[in-house]
Design a protein around this ligand. Structure first.
Ligand code: UDP
Ligand code: MG
Length: 319
């Protein structure tokens, strides 16, 4: 253990998940340093290397050797951005923590504005993207549908346009560190913890080097985890659907009963039978699938595995 007196926690920590961002690290740190020198009395930059397969870890070692305020935690493999955020929040020591992406889409020059809001007493200062113009049309549509569903069914309301670029007070960070859930939807968790919050608008920049790490498949998985960990509506909706269908079936039974009494028995009806059998068979499979998704989430929690495994630490202590 290092003595707190000789190694006091910095005022501001910057927490950055990185996955194969070797080329972006140099330019990022070069832009961060002046912004932090201006905004903070003391600071640290903590990278979480999410199992990168390029030269990211070497670049982090070099940055740490050049300036001890640049620190890093390196995972044993890729655990995903949401888990990397959790690890970053576990390892930072600052009184306030700025969370951002490594690809320079989040301009470091906004950080002094975040810090100013924090000094005014806000504990959850989130960056709000002015527009999503840089995104492909399909991704914007996807985002729109997701927010629509989340607004309708989610148990927490998400501020529109807010993402992971934000400043969190130590109180909020400690609250987040107590949430050890595996299916992590950070945006939802940030909103869930609450505290005095405010948005600060910023312009998203183009990704500096490399490509987005999120395929549509990964985004869909992320959206489902997000919806399911903040809403039990998909589970409960089947009770209402079932009630509706049963009421309809009862009405049909009554109708056929009287029809038979009045007109006698007739045979036709193959089409309606096969359609309803297929329809209800499909509904049953679908609702079972929804159950399966939730059980998979429960299973992941019940196993109680650690959220992540660290292979190497540069300048940070074990938590
Ligand atoms: N990232 C990560 N682990 C992953 C995927 C991404 O730590 O499995 C990091 C990535 O290095 C970047 C941030 O998360 O710092 C945002 O990723 P990206 O820019 O690819 O996402 P987008 O901007 O397209 O949402
Ligand atoms: Mg990006």
């Amino acid at each position: 253990m290092v003595d707190i007196a000789e190694n006091p926690p910095p005022e501001i920590s910057v927490a950055i998940p990185v996955y194969n961002e070797a080329q972006n690290l140099g330019p990022l740190v070069a832009r961060l340093m002046p912004a932090l020198e201006q905004a903070a009395r003391s600071f640290e930059i903590v990278f979480v290397d999410d199992g990168s397969s390029d030269a990211t870890l070497d670049a982090l070692r070099a940055l740490n050797a050049a300036d001890a305020r640049v620190k890093a935690v390196s995972f044993s493999r890729n655990f995903g951005k949401e888990i990397a955020i959790a690890a970053a929040l576990d390892h930072v020591r600052g009184a306030a923590v700025v969370l951002m992406d490594a690809d320079l889409q989040h301009p470091p020059e906004i950080i002094p504005a975040f810090v100013a809001k924090w000094r005014e007493g806000y504990k959850n200062v989130y960056g709000v993207r002015r527009d999503r113009a840089g995104d492909p049309a399909l991704r914007s549509l996807f985002t729109h549908v997701f927010y629509g569903l989340f607004d309708r069914f989610g148990e927490t309301s998400l501020p529109r346009g807010a993402g992971d670029f934000r400043l969190l007070d130590r109180q909020a960070v400690d609250a987040l560190s107590r949430m050890r859930e595996r299916a992590r939807f950070s945006k939802g968790l940030f909103a869930w913890v609450g505290f005095k919050s405010i948005g600060v608008p910023f312009d998203v920049e183009e990704r500096a080097a490399g490509r987005s790490k999120f395929s549509y498949g990964k985004l869909l998985r992320f959206a489902l985890d997000g919806l399911m960990s903040f809403s039990s509506a998909p589970l409960k909706i089947w009770a209402y659907v079932g009630m509706g269908v049963s009421a309809f079936a009862l009405a049909m039974a009554g109708y056929y009963f009287w029809r038979t009494i009045i007109y006698g028995v007739d045979v036709p009806g193959y089409a309606s039978l096969i359609v309803s059998i297929a329809f209800f068979g499909g509904m049953q499979l679908f609702s079972l699938g929804v159950l399966g998704e939730y059980i998979a989430l429960i299973f992941a929690e019940v196993k109680g595995r650690p959220l992540y495994l660290v292979a190497e630490r540069l300048g940070v202590e074990e938590r």
